[in-house]
Design a protein around this ligand. Structure first.
Ligand SMILES: *[C@@H]1O[C@H](CO)[C@@H](O)[C@H](O)[C@H]1NC(C)=O
Ligand SMILES: *[C@@H]1O[C@H](CO)[C@@H](O)[C@H](O)[C@H]1NC(C)=O
Ligand SMILES: *[C@@H]1O[C@H](CO)[C@@H](O)[C@H](O)[C@H]1NC(C)=O
Ligand SMILES: *[C@@H]1O[C@H](CO)[C@@H](O)[C@H](O)[C@H]1NC(C)=O
Length: 699
């Protein structure tokens, strides 16, 4: 197939296999300390350093005058304003080449990245604000990844393959899933999607350029006690895949692997199920299975009880290996060729009116969150005293919530059976608490269609929307039975969850967190019908786009300020406070064992060090120090803390978790940071090294 294709390229450059394709990545890590991590809304879960860096990975597919850009980011979700700022920056560089219509920005849904990039009040509370310090490197990094992909554009081909990946995800709200009609469920073997879809990129010469994989599983393998920034299971999968391919003999070292999210709303990586902490009593987060004695209902990853980082590694590895297997399965892969197209719209979901099976019309609701929203999930329980599957409010909370905002009768009816806890759509104070205008988008690459939604869709909601879009594409002669439709989300913005109408009745966490009421999914289905119509009738402008509001000037920021730095008394920045031992024997240590050193530091917020590193592990080879690890590696940790906050004195600990496959030799640990003196704006870099140490196999 490959040869046939390249032979044709020589003759017919513009008709077959004529895409120009490019992949690129760039660092988007923001402030790694003192800022709340985004996802669990766990007070006190503020950053203390880095486990792995966060990345944007971009892919461009161009066919003549048409091109699309797909970006995947190691984030909990994408900010609508982040996308807007990315487009504005690209416009100054490329004119009208990249717009909100042909750029899609998706997220891995990692719950271990820094927060502060969502402009609506509810999500600002979840991260203590709108934090420009997080926003700037995120925008810069995404833009840079697109520039890199743009600069890498070359002729090449795309192939699509799909396969089943087991033991990597389960449904965390199976009771809600069971509310869906039996006939519909009988159509599927599992209560979550086990299919991974991979789009593979190769250049004309057959070199491996990159891949995008889609697989539905929450980014919550690393739990809500973690304080080191990282990309969770998909971040690890991308790291591992790129490492495996780029260290290979035939690699040009620039392979980019994106692990994108799909309909993961009710899908957990905690594959062993949920149990009351401290016991083996199964639970599901409802009042019926209430955990005794203050213990909590928490899901267990595959490595339980070892550690959540080990579970994260397994869930990441499973996805990495499957994606590479599918990428290399060229025989079963479907070559992708044909038209590139795209449509996008800012859509006001609260203005949507849907018609149900009985012909009755329903207007979508202004946003509101139910009681079970406060319960959290078995992947990260939130407030004590709240339970999933709650359809009745409780007296005390009803009182409190009425002080914030008493829902109107029409809002109560609209949201029913959801007992409203937070009437976000009717709160008059502060700026809007949840979005009403959503960025929805549909890409076409030949017979492959990728759509973006800002909501976290449950398994069955995603299945219904995909099926409906396919049907619509066929009706408009844009697709056929072989058309593949891919769900990518949360993307382009964030709007909490979307369940089916039936699941909504059960009011587990996902239903309670579906802000626009029971008909949310149907509204999405109708809106995508319209997008397909727009794609089929490009000259018909009867369907209008709204204007995206920008509330960032009204945002608040409760993340702590930070002050100038001072080295410890009689010391200088980068000096070693606690050194390594001179000698470590792998025989006497049980692996992995940890070698660490502590340094006099400056606050890492002085400079997020995009594309650089706060630490190194170096090996002595021929009397030269060679860097073998950075702060992006999974076996290193960069941990920072104030020792005397009032004086601005701090220290950084560099850890290396050494496994059995590390070769004997002479090593050292390095630390790189920045400081700012009092009354100065100037950021001054510094660095320091531990003493050298020997790792040996012998006694
Ligand atoms: C709960 O605590 C009580 C009193 O400390 C104890 O008797 C009981 O066994 C505990 N129950 C469980 C399930 O641990
Ligand atoms: C989270 O992970 C840590 C480290 O693996 C573990 O000690 C802790 O028990 C976990 N917490 C919960 C609630 O599972
Ligand atoms: C909660 O779920 C149980 C089944 O697990 C069901 O019997 C009960 O009706 C549900 N309660 C509500 C209030 O929906
Ligand atoms: C656009 O499409 C709508 C809906 O099908 C139709 O009513 C209208 O006449 C069309 N307008 C044009 C200019 O084709």
């Amino acid at each position: 197939m490959m040869h046939f294709c390249s032979a044709l390229i020589l003759i017919l450059v513009t008709t077959v296999c004529s895409y120009r394709i490019g992949a690129g990545k760039s660092d988007i890590t923001g402030p790694v300390v003192q800022v709340m991590l985004m996802g669990y809304a766990e007070m006190g879960q503020t950053g203390q350093g880095i486990l792995q860096r966060l990345w944007a990975r971009s892919f461009i597919v161009q066919d003549g005058d048409n091109r699309i850009v797909f970006v995947n980011t190691d984030t909990q979700s994408m900010g609508d304003i982040i996308k807007k700022r990315v487009i504005n920056t690209l416009e100054t560089r490329y004119g009208a080449l990249y717009t909100e219509k042909n750029v899609m920005i998706s997220s891995t849904h990692s719950h271990s990245g820094m927060g502060g990039y969502l402009q609506y009040t509810l999500y600002e509370f979840a991260a203590l604000g709108w934090i420009e310090e997080t926003v700037k490197p995120m925008v810069d990094g995404i833009v840079q990844s697109i520039i890199n992909a743009h600069d890498n554009l070359e002729f090449g081909s795309l192939a699509l393959s799909q396969g089943e990946l087991l033991k990597t995800n389960i449904n965390r709200s199976p009771q809600a899933y069971l509310m869906n009609p039996k006939e519909e469920r009988s159509f599927y073997k599992y209560d979550v999607d086990k299919t991974m879809t991979v789009l593979g990129f190769k250049n004309e010469a057959g070199d491996d350029l990159g891949l995008i994989s889609w697989f539905a599983v929450h980014g919550v393998s690393v739990n809500n006690t973690n304080k080191l920034v990282n990309g969770d299971n998909k971040g690890y999968a991308a790291y591992l895949t790129e490492k495996m391919v780029n260290s290979g003999k035939y690699s040009h070292g620039k392979f980019v692997a994106a692990f994108s999210q799909s309909n993961e709303g009710d899908v957990s990586p905690n594959t062993l199920g949920a149990f009351c902490t401290g016991s083996d009593t199964p639970c599901d987060g409802t009042r019926d299975s209430k955990c005794p004695n203050g213990s909590r209902c928490v899901g267990r990853g595959p490595a339980w009880p070892k550690s959540d980082l080990q579970s994260n590694r397994i869930i990441g590895e499973n996805q990495a290996f499957k994606a590479l297997e599918l990428y290399h399965a060229r025989m079963s892969a479907q070559q992708v060729h044909g038209k590139i197209d795209f449509v996008q719209r800012y859509w006001d979901i609260t203005k949507a009116i849907v018609t149900d099976q009985n012909g009755d019309q329903h207007k979508l609701c202004y946003p509101a969150m139910g009681y079970a929203f406060a319960a959290g999930t078995t992947d990260g329980p939130a407030l004590n005293g709240f339970y999933q599957n709650t359809t009745k409010g409780t007296f005390g909370w009803n009182l409190i919530k009425n002080i914030i905002q008493k829902p109107t009768e029409s809002q109560k009816t609209c949201q029913s059976p959801k007992p409203i806890l937070l009437d976000t759509g009717e709160i008059g104070t502060l700026h809007p608490w949840q979005p009403e205008i959503l960025d929805i988008q549909l890409f076409r690459i030949g017979n492959v269609f990728i759509y973006a939604v800002p909501s976290e869709f449950t398994t069955m909601s995603g299945r219904r929307l995909r099926a409906s879009i396919k049907k619509s594409l066929i009706q408009h002669q844009l697709g056929d039975q072989d058309t593949v439709v891919i769900h990518s989300g949360p993307a382009n913005g964030y709007a909490s969850y979307c369940t089916t109408f039936e699941e909504y009745q059960h009011q587990r966490y996902e239903g309670a967190s579906t802000p626009y009421g029971p008909h949310t999914l149907q509204a999405y289905i109708d809106a995508f019908d319209q997008l397909v119509f727009m794609m089929a009738h490009p000259n018909n402008h009867s369907i209008k786009s709204e204007k995206l509001p920008d509330y960032t000037k009204q945002g608040f920021n409760f993340s702590p300020r930070y002050r100038s730095d001072q080295p410890h008394i009689f010391r200088s920045f980068g000096e070693v406070i606690q050194d390594v031992s001179p000698y470590y024997s792998k025989r006497t240590q049980s692996t992995p064992f940890v070698v660490s050193a502590t340094f006099v530091a400056g606050n890492p917020r002085n400079d997020p060090m995009l594309g650089k590193t706060f630490l190194t592990v170096e090996k002595k080879v021929n009397n030269q120090w060679i860097v073998i690890r950075t702060d992006n590696d999974y076996d290193t940790r960069f941990i920072w803390k104030y020792t005397y906050q009032l004086l601005g004195m701090s220290e950084a600990k560099v850890e290396w978790h050494i496994s059995n496959d590390i070769e004997p030799g002479i090593y050292r640990l390095g630390y790189m940071g920045n400081s700012r003196a009092a009354f100065s704006k100037k950021i001054v870099p510094h660095s320091g090294y531990s003493s050298e140490f020997e790792i040996s196999n012998m006694y």
